[in-house]
Design a binder for this molecule. Structure first.
Ligand SMILES: [Zn+2]
Length: 57
């Protein structure tokens, strides 16, 4: 695979998190052909930091 070729069944790997237009997104990239996509995080699934055990660390 090279250049603009795209494989038929992408092998997605998460390569990081970013904020786009104020929306937090997880970036996924195909390990074989380098196409990528941004998965928006659902705002309704966000919980308050204080409600997590992480906040007590
Ligand atoms: Zn691919």
């Amino acid at each position: 695979m090279s250049g603009t070729e795209r494989c038929e069944t992408h092998v997605w790997a998460s390569v990081g998190i970013t904020a786009r237009d104020g929306v937090v997104c997880r970036i996924w990239e195909c390990e074989q052909c380098q196409v990528w996509t941004a998965e928006p995080f659902a705002p309704e699934r966000e919980i308050a930091w204080d409600e997590t055990w992480l906040s007590e660390r």
